[in-house]
Write a protein that binds this ligand. Structure first.
Ligand code: ADP
Ligand code: MG
Length: 633
């Protein structure tokens, strides 16, 4: 039989780039290399345990599942040994030599921009192993796969450009030994106290024993199974840090459910929304344990996407140990656990919103955008709607928020709808002409600044018996009946009968000018300050929704609307005078066009501003003539 040759392989380009950054780095957080190697060892042990519980034959089946750390000061050497699944040659090449997970390009970009963050992000991108080259000048991996006839292999690299794989002459057990040959400047890591401190700090909750020499270092407690009263806040925080590499959590949710299905869950809401680079979309989920045995890291089906910011673990007695990730999908108990987890989180938030409104606002600020996506979770609609927050016309600034409950409690008697207005910010919404009548009547309007909010309302449909209504679609008859809260003296005298007739003709002439672009031109009862506005015919899409849809579909035409005219506006009264003089004065047509396009512009549905600007400039020019005449300039 021919002896196997040494094989030399080049690292993939992105790995080289990553290594280059790491090898030449002077990170203060270099110690995290050990956390990463221990975490890999733990993953390998999890995989092995998983294989044996499902009945796969594994090599050296009586070996204890554990992690061993040894060191030799003189040789500047640290070794990390595990009895996990090990690797075949193909796996070595595939897993260590390329960057498997997506997002690596983004990671490299981040890393080169903000070096201080390596500690927090390296593990999340599936590149943890390479961090060993922050401290090593050479790394040797000795490994033997759990497949019974797999050969022992040796992988060697200095982390510069290539790695070698050789058959290993010495006999080793199933699992992996990582030899870390330290650099001169990092040789101090080969020290008992130092290693012990690092393990305790970063790897205390690893669920396999970690030995340093012969001494077991970590405390293997399944914290989530302990009674709540026994657990100190520090322990929760430590566990959270272990789980996420983050600082402290915003909230800790520890639940223990016995009936109808038993499970424990320890969950956390981070202080910050992690989803900085958008990669968290893929990276969320809760770790699923069955009787303390990890079945799956970051199981996505335990949480709906809108709660994806929640981190933590779920452990159940009632699932079979040999359940596979595939069969989980069809398991009824699993689904019951998942829906209970969701409702536990929502109940927690409902309580928080009630008991600590200030803190709830912090939560909303950080996670509200993702949370809002829950508008299609019909089974939890009641809790979900209790948790929504909005800015409102009754608030003084954007910092304050109201719940639908608060809104409802302030509604006018007889008010049947919850009104909202959409705009890019508070200042913009406040100037929306459609709001004028609401101000006059003292009716509260919710302000929406996030395009998603409107989808939320469309999804939620109702709060209690009240429907949501956009201010530009509201049936004015339903509002007019309310008493004015702001009394204003009439600025203009009422038109006499003759002028009323002229006014009607003026509206007809405006309609003629605009033709098919509007459904009609009518006198308005909703306006106060503004001369005109566009109103949605009842039960059609709101202006902001249309704008949103038109952003994705350019061909969509703007829905025809009703142009409402404020009879008591100075501009309109002047227009009437001009009209009475000469019904065909071109000034009238110009103003009509201008009012129409301005209204379109306000709601974000004017496609081409050229005509508007052109006309405006001409009118400014004219008015400057008049101005200089009047002022005798
Ligand atoms: P990640 O752990 O996020 O996948 P790493 O860079 O830490 O990324 O590790 C890359 C891969 O190398 C692992 O996914 C695993 O397949 C393999 N690996 C690393 N260490 C071990 C080990 N001790 N035993 C078995 N496989 C390992
Ligand atoms: Mg890893």
């Amino acid at each position: 039989m021919k002896k196997k040759q040494t094989h030399t392989y080049e690292f993939k380009a992105e790995v080289k780039q990553l290594l280059d950054i790491l090898v030449h780095s002077l990170y203060t957080s270099r110690e995290i290399f050990l956390r990463e190697l221990i975490s890999n060892a733990s993953d390998a042990l999890d995989k092995l345990r998983f294989e044996s519980t499902r009945g796969t034959a594994v090599a050296d089946k009586d070996l204890p599942l554990e992690i061993k750390i040894d060191f030799d000061e003189k040789k500047k050497l640290i070794t990390v040994t595990d009895t996990g699944v090990g690797m075949t040659e193909d796996e070595l090449i595939k897993n260590i030599g390329t960057i498997a997970k997506s997002g690596s390009a983004e990671f490299l970009k981040q890393l080169s921009e903000d070096k201080s963050d390596v500690n927090n992000i390296i593990g999340k991108f599936g590149v943890g192993f390479y961090s060993v080259f922050m401290v090593a000048e050479k790394v040797v991996i000795k490994t033997k796969s759990f497949n019974e006839d797999a050969p022992a292999l040796e992988w060697v690299s200095d982390g510069l450009g290539s790695f070698e794989i050789n058959p290993l002459a010495e006999k080793i057990n199933r699992g992996t030994i990582i030899e870390i040959h330290l650099k001169e400047e990092t040789k101090d890591y080969a020290d008992k106290y130092r290693l012990e401190t690092i393990i305790k700090k970063h790897s205390n909750f690893i669920s396999f024993p970690i030995y340093l020499g012969v001494e077991k270092i970590n405390t293997i407690t399944a914290l989530w199974r302990e009674p709540k009263s026994n657990i100190k806040k520090e322990a929760y925080n430590e566990f959270y840090k272990f789980l996420t590499y983050d600082e402290e959590p915003m909230d800790t949710i520890h639940v223990s459910v016995d009936a109808p299905i038993q499970f424990n869950a320890l969950m956390f809401i981070p202080k910050k929304n992690f989803d900085l680079f958008g990669y968290n979309r893929e990276d969320y989920g809760l770790d699923l344990y069955v009787r303390r045995v990890l079945i799956q890291h970051k199981n996505k089906d335990l949480l709906p996407e809108y709660l994806s910011f929640v981190k933590g673990v779920v452990d159940s007695e009632d699932l079979p140990l040999n359940i596979s990730r595939e069969t989980l999908q069809e398991n009824v108990i699993f689904h019951k656990i998942a829906s209970s987890v969701t409702s536990q989180i929502l109940s927690y938030l409902v309580k928080k919103a009630k008991d600590e409104p200030e803190k709830y606002r912090e939560f909303w600020k950080e996670h509200g955008r993702i949370f809002k996506m829950g508008y299609s979770d019909f089974s939890n609609m009641e809790k979900f709607t209790q948790l929504l927050r909005f800015n409102s016309s009754f608030n003084e600034d954007t910092k304050q928020l109201v719940s639908l409950e608060e809104y409802a409690s302030r509604m006018k008697e007889e008010q049947k709808e919850i009104f909202y207005a959409f705009g890019i910010n508070r200042e913009a919404v406040a100037l929306d002409p459609h709001l004028e009548i609401f101000k006059k009547k003292g009716i509260e309007v919710l302000y929406l600044f996030d395009p998603v909010d409107e989808f939320v309302f469309n999804g939620v449909r109702k709060f209690k018996e009240f429907e949501f209504k956009s201010v530009d679609s509201v049936d004015i008859g339903k509002i007019e009946k309310f008493e004015d809260t702001v009394k204003e003296e009439d600025k203009f005298e009422k038109l006499d009968k003759k002028d009323e007739k002229h006014f009607d003709s003026l509206l007809a002439s405006m309609k003629k000018t605009l033709g098919d672009r509007v459904t009609d031109v009518k006198v308005s009862s909703r306006l106060n300050e503004s001369p005109a506005c566009l109103v949605n015919p009842d039960d059609t899409m709101t202006a902001s929704m249309q704008r949103l849809l038109r952003m994705t579909n350019k061909d969509m035409t703007v829905q025809k609307k009703l142009l409402e005219i404020n009879k008591n506006h100075k501009l309109i009264r002047n227009l009437l005078k001009i009209f009475i003089q000469n019904t065909n004065d071109e000034y009238i047509a110009n103003v009509t066009e201008q009012l129409f396009e301005s209204a379109l512009l306000l709601e974000g549905n004017l496609d081409d501003p050229h005509k508007l600007v052109n006309r405006l400039n001409k009118m400014l020019e004219q008015s400057s003539d008049w101005y200089t005449q009047v002022k005798n300039i």
